[in-house]
Design a protein around this ligand. Structure first.
Ligand SMILES: C[S@@+](CC[C@H](N)C(=O)[O-])C[C@H]1O[C@@H](n2cnc3c(N)ncnc32)[C@H](O)[C@@H]1O
Length: 554
């Protein structure tokens, strides 16, 4: 068994990173990999390039997916201690394939439970043509590595109906609910049970407890005889019961809601309560928890709050930066390894990751619009000046030209273009725009951001402030499970409920924020004026129409 450094987030492909971790060093692994069923499930920004790259990934079908997972599961098995547990979060489209793969690696006896987590409320999409049951659950496969494993019983609150029915007595004075339970011996006079037989409160019976214990219960007021000659019963208070032992059907943990306090905007974010439950049942204080697909760091947050050590791995720099901020906000010291920190590593990033890196470095907020935004990828911190990001070596005059219009349309006097380099034509164009239109376009080389990043890391510059607006990411519910999303406008008659749907078209928060911003400047935001109308957009997916966190250009 070897020690592993905890409090670390690695930004790497987990296959490689896992191979570097010491064998038998962790007590629990929770894995929430991208699902096979939903190729766009883990899309972060929802832009086309990103979506395509994920869709390509499982092009070879379920076998490709399972092989991809198997090699990672073999590494996970290696780093697990002999008493460690694995929780693999998946969905019904792949859970049976993954279970066979796990049986092959861990052995069939290692399988402990298949947990069904009800992850959303019932869908009613018959009108959208679905001819099967609504899909509202995920599967969590629980395996142990060895024949002994950490197990702490976890209890859930009783069902209110059960309480009303079984704990129907209420004690006068204290108001405590209780039930009356049988104290005669199970098995009666069976010699094998060796139950004591004696006369108690005038009743001859085989009893559950010895006479001394019975006398103590009487002294404590725990025995009730409803009338002379009735068999006495024991008083059991509801508030002394632990609850129902946890079963493998979890319907009491809701998903992270769109307005939920814990929501950080990561599309596949799981609720902390789910992870706390996993960790509470299968780890102890001081144990080490590993999440090799840790997304926005929910497992790490749960582990930290329960006094467990943790190690996180995620391939996405966006995810890593987000979870770093999330943990640091809790006052946790985080070590991050592997974030891109050279020109070369930044060039190698996927376009959306590069864009996210730049916006993060500039403390900006992401533009929630994916298209038709005139090239605005984000807005600077506080002043909301447009930022355009180009993963190019030579940004030329034309790009500055187009961006000039975008800056004007956002009613700002300044904007930023970030790229690896700029041509002389671009610099000349910037000078012309300044001279003729009074607009300042800053050409910011990536090298400058890298320098600032290094200074920040070495403590010369203060750390990143919290972004002033959360990036508008796509939520789980926004993402279609099968069919591609078709986008259309909310029709006036639908809003009035003519198709039996009550659809509210409230202004999108971004529009509301813009409107406020305009109001403080004494002007009014008009539809078309600032690129946004305040009309919501409905997405029609298999789960019915849903409002998406975008607004539509007029
Ligand atoms: C379903 S999400 C996890 C969400 C997480 N449970 C949470 O609550 O935020 C899957 C994550 O796996 C990451 N991922 C995908 N392929 C990976 C790989 N090869 N190595 C490491 N992480 C990977 C994605 O970037 C994504 O953040």
């Amino acid at each position: 068994m070897s020690d592993i450094e905890t409090g670390v987030i690695y930004c790497d492909d987990n296959l490689w990173r896992l191979s570097q971790l010491p064998a038998e060093s962790i007590d629990l692994a929770y894995l929430d990999p991208p699902f096979f069923s939903n190729r766009t499930y883990e899309v972060i920004w929802g832009d086309e390039a990103e979506r395509r790259s994920f869709e390509d990934r499982w092009a070879g079908g379920i076998e490709v997916y399972v092989d991809w997972m198997r090699e990672r599961l073999i590494e996970i098995y290696r780093v697990m201690k002999a008493t460690a547990s694995l929780y693999l979060h998946c969905d019904p489209s792949a859970s049976h394939y993954l279970r066979v793969a796990l049986d092959g690696i861990f052995g069939r006896a290692a399988f402990k439970s298949e947990i069904i987590w009800k992850r959303s409320s019932a869908h009613s999409d018959t009108r959208q043509g679905r001819r099967q049951h609504g899909r509202i659950h995920d599967v969590i496969l629980f395996y142990s590595k060895g024949s002994t494993w950490t197990w702490n019983p976890v209890y859930q609150a009783y069902d209110p109906e059960y309480v009303r029915h079984f704990y129907r007595h209420i004690e006068a004075g204290s108001g405590r609910r209780y039930t009356l339970s049988d104290i005669t011996a199970p098995g009666g006079g069976d010699p094998a049970k060796r139950n004591p037989h004696y006369s108690f409160m005038g009743i001859d019976r085989y009893w559950r407890y010895s006479r001394e214990s019975m006398d103590k219960l009487v002294a404590d007021g725990r025995i009730i005889q409803s009338r002379p000659g009735a068999v006495p019963r024991q008083k059991r208070y509801l508030d002394e019961m632990p609850g129902v032992a946890l079963q493998d059907l979890w319907t009491d943990i809701p998903p992270v809601s769109a307005q939920g306090q814990e929501r950080v905007g990561y599309p596949t974010q799981k609720p902390v309560a789910l992870l706390r439950r996993v960790l509470e049942s299968s780890t102890n204080r001081g144990d080490v928890v590993l999440d090799a697909f840790c997304g926005c760091g929910t497992t790490l947050v749960a582990a930290e709050s329960l006094g467990r050590g943790w190690v996180g791995i995620d391939i996405s720099p966006t995810a890593v930066q987000l979870m770093q901020q999330r943990l640091e906000k809790m006052g946790v010291t985080v070590k991050v390894v592997g974030l891109p920190d050279t020109d070369e590593s930044l060039r190698a990033l996927k376009p959306f990751e590069f864009q996210n890196w730049v916006i993060h470095q500039m403390n900006g907020a992401h533009n929630p619009r994916k298209t038709g935004d005139g090239g605005v990828d984000g807005y600077s911190w506080y002043l909301h000046e447009p930022i355009q990001v180009k993963q190019l070596d030579k940004v030329g005059r034309e790009i500055v030209d187009t961006f000039e219009t975008a800056v004007e349309r956002s009613h700002k006097k300044k904007g930023y273009i970030v790229a690896f380099g700029f041509t002389k034509g671009a610099h000349d164009e910037v000078a012309r725009v300044k001279r003729t239109r009074g607009l300042e376009i800053v050409l910011k080389p990536v090298a400058e951001l890298l320098k600032e990043d290094r200074r920040r890391r070495s403590g010369i510059l203060p750390p990143q402030m919290e972004p002033d607006a959360r990036p508008t990411l796509w939520s789980d519910d926004d993402l279609p499970s099968v069919a591609p999303v078709r986008r259309r406008r909310v029709r006036q008659d639908e809003r009035q409920g003519s198709r039996g749907r009550a659809v509210q078209a409230e202004p999108h928060p971004r529009v509301a924020a813009l409107r406020d911003e305009y109001a403080t400047r004494g002007t009014e935001l008009r539809a078309g004026d600032a690129d946004f109308s305040d009309e919501g957009v409905l997405d029609e997916g298999p789960d019915g129409p849903q409002r998406r966190a975008t607004v539509q250009r007029d």
